[in-house]
Design a protein around this ligand. Sequence first.
Ligand code: 5GP
Length: 124
Amino acid sequence: MTASTDKPDSPSPKTLFQKIIDRELPGSFVYEDEQCVVIKDINPGAPLHLLVIPRKPIPRLSDATPEDQALLGHLLLVASQVAREAGCGEAFRVAINNGAGAGQSVFHLHLHVLAGRPLKWPPG
Ligand code: 5GP
């Protein structure tokens, strides 16, 4: 992981996930459309751990604007679709870490889709 490209104020034009989207770095793709891609997390926290990533490099959820409303809705629908297609449509979790203090390490908005084991609440 190239941390220097994943700060909200990084001078680099590309985040780690942008490089994966652009096939400059490897990724295990399970879905893509004109607005987003879905890849397998490289360090899965559950038997199913997917990342729904918009092509638009919004750093954090808190950086999204009303202009992104339809995109954000689309990401949720895709999260549900890929969980269903993986056979986990009845019990899955969608999570977004916003900011380093909440565990965000890649500053390109992404939704975690977790399933395949009991998921406790609240998460740590
Ligand atoms: P965050 O901590 O920002 O909410 O989530 C970032 C996620 O990206 C982590 O779950 C981490 O395992 C995953 N990740 C980090 N680097 C890579 C990578 O190079 N490829 C993939 N597929 N996932 C990555």
